[in-house]
Design a protein. Structure first.
Length: 581
């Protein structure tokens, strides 16, 4: 969370030895390295309506309120009541600070008839009034508004220069941090007399200009003795919480990171991203009109709210009611989360205000809702209110604002036909995960494809998926690849039907072959059984023959043995037949 605008800020470290008095104006203290030079005089100059008086009033009020540095305001144009009304527009209570004794407002109305220019002129009376006010409050800060009114009655430039230099020396001797407001001078001069910028230690120029019928304010630090400072022109804004100067967030890339992953609400998309995106990262969704960018962003918000996390949805093209109605058509009920207090819907045309007001509105919404996820839908609309470089800078600030708070950011941006891998906002290098949605036309219909262009710090799929919107939300489907390439829609369905028919035919053929093989196997088994039976019969017959042959052999052997004995005259030989004994 960023600190509240009313909370005291720690003075940034500065490399020089020059002391700094923080102004409390967000962004200004960053570009000056801590604020205005302490104990010295600074000049704020600009044309009518540039914000000079408000700058000085906030410097005084923040000093008394946040930094325990009472102040004195010498106003030469407006009354104390008018100034109190002016500063109330910044959310500051000037009258309350006066009542507490932390601030003295001395409205010194100056009339030219009070001066006799032919006589001697000096500011001793002013020094006396100023010294009394400083002693009464213990003031450390002084604002003189506007210095030209004080010297406007004089025609002698030498007198003006001498008295102005004497005033600054007196203020420095008192150790007072002084801010003087002055009007822009003629061409080539920052102030009316052309001397104020030379004797001041710090000179700040404010400018209020019109660009494409949109009013913008710019701030530039022309010089800052003894200290480095930002030298660019910085946009600034007057809000009801005070002045804002870009940068309003850190640009040092020091925000923390998380390894936790969160779902974007589409399961197959989470699979493509190896479990979702890192918490606190930034996702860019680009695509041509009608590709489903807003729906995909709404799915991420729906998933966050379902986890019990607060969410913010900012739309620059649709009203909140219209967004709720449209998302219901695809099964995403954002209204229930609004009713539950988990979701803040905010819609306003980008062309309703300039980039500075846009940034201020986004920062306020982030501070008020403290979301876990924030969607900025149709950021490409900002190109209608600023140059490309300014819009890129604004988007970079938005990304920094979300990252510094640990908010997961989802940005959608329109891309143009024929330039799919581009965005109307040149911010792709700032993004952690880039999802591209594309329409493809075939067979008389248009269908959607989704690609993951990049996802820093995580493995991710390089495959294309068909992205469809159903009555129950967004879904990703595997695409079919046919002879004509990637097939989607009815072509994909026809291809899938053909593939399924082919698979069914192949399965049927396999079943037929399995049954034929089973029958053949049974036949073979039967043949084997018959052959085995025949073999057993033949084996048995052979065994009988072998046994008979064995018995016959034994008998023949016995006969031969008997005959052999008889030939040898053995007693057991029987007498020859036909003879007597």
């Amino acid at each position: 969370m960023a600190p509240s605008i009313h909370a005291p800020r720690t003075r940034p470290a500065v490399s020089s030895g020059l002391g700094k008095a923080p102004t409390g104006i967000r962004g200004f203290d960053e570009i000056t390295g801590g604020g205005l030079p302490r104990g010295r005089a600074s000049l704020v100059t600009g044309g009518p309506g540039a914000g000079k008086t408000l700058f000085g009033l906030e410097f005084l009020a923040r000093g008394a309120q946040d930094y325990d540095e009472p102040g004195v305001l010498l106003a030469f144009e407006e009354s104390a009541a008018e100034l109190a009304d002016d500063v109330a527009s910044l959310g500051l209570d000037l009258a309350g600070l006066e009542a507490s004794g932390d601030l003295v407002v001395d409205a010194c109305r100056v009339d030219a008839t009070d001066f006799v220019t032919t006589g001697e002129f000096d500011l001793d009376g002013l020094f006396i009034r100023l010294s009394a006010a400083v002693q009464a409050t213990g003031a450390r800060r002084v604002v003189l508004d506007t210095i030209e009114v004080l010297f406007g009655a004089l025609d002698n430039e030498a007198v003006v220069r001498a008295e102005f230099s004497r005033l600054l020396r007196w203020l420095k001797d008192q150790g007072l941090t002084t801010l003087i407001t002055g009007e822009r001078g003629r061409e080539g001069q920052l102030t009316r007399y052309g001397i104020e910028e030379y004797v001041s230690d710090c000179v700040i120029v404010l400018d209020h200009r019109m660009h494409d019928e949109i009013a913008t304010r710019r701030l530039r630090i022309v010089k800052y003795r003894g200290s480095g400072h930002g030298t660019n022109e910085y946009p600034f804004l007057v809000t009801d919480r005070g002045l804002m100067v870009w940068p309003i967030t850190s640009t040092q890339l020091t925000y923390p990171v998380s390894t936790d992953r969160i779902s974007l609400g589409v399961p197959r998309l989470d699979e493509m991203l190896t479990g979702g995106v890192h918490r606190g990262s930034t996702v860019l969704i680009t695509g041509t009109a009608g590709t489903g960018k807003t729906t995909l962003a709404a799915a991420a918000v729906d998933a966050a709210c379902a986890r019990g996390e607060p969410a913010l949805f900012v739309s620059f093209e649709e009203s909140p009611d219209q967004l709720v109605r449209n998302m219901r058509s695809v099964g995403i009920d954002l209204g229930r989360w609004v009713d539950a207090g988990l979701l803040r819907l905010w819609g306003q045309r980008a062309t309703a205000f300039g980039l500075e007001s846009h940034l201020a509105a986004i920062e306020r919404l982030l501070d008020e809702t403290t979301p876990a996820i924030a969607v900025l839908d149709a950021v490409g609309s900002l190109t209608h209110v600023g140059a490309q470089s300014e819009v890129t800078a604004a988007v970079a600030r938005e990304v920094d604002m979300m990252k510094s708070r640990g908010i997961t950011g989802v940005l959608t941006s329109l891309s143009h036909e024929g330039q799919a891998e581009t965005s109307s906002v040149d911010a792709s290098s700032l993004i952690d995960t880039w999802l591209l949605l594309r329409n493809v036309e075939s067979d008389g219909e248009r269908n959607r494809l989704l690609f993951v262009i990049k996802s820093r710090g995580t493995a991710h799929s390089n495959q294309v998926r068909e992205f469809i919107l159903t009555d129950h939300g967004a879904e990703l489907l595997d695409v079919s690849v046919g002879p004509r390439g990637v097939l989607t829609g009815s072509a994909r369905m026809a291809q899938v039907a053909e593939e399924r028919a082919a698979e069914a035919e192949q399965s049927a053929e396999l079943e037929r072959r399995r049954l034929a093989l089973a029958r053949r196997s049974a036949e073979v088994e039967a043949q084997i059984a018959v052959l085995r039976e025949q073999l057993a019969t033949e084996t048995a017959a052979l065994d009988r023959l072998v046994a008979e042959e064995s018995r016959g052999g034994d008998a023949r052997a016995a006969v031969r043995a008997t005959l052999a004995r008889r030939r040898q005259g053995g007693r057991d030989a029987p007498p020859p037949a036909g003879r007597e004994g």
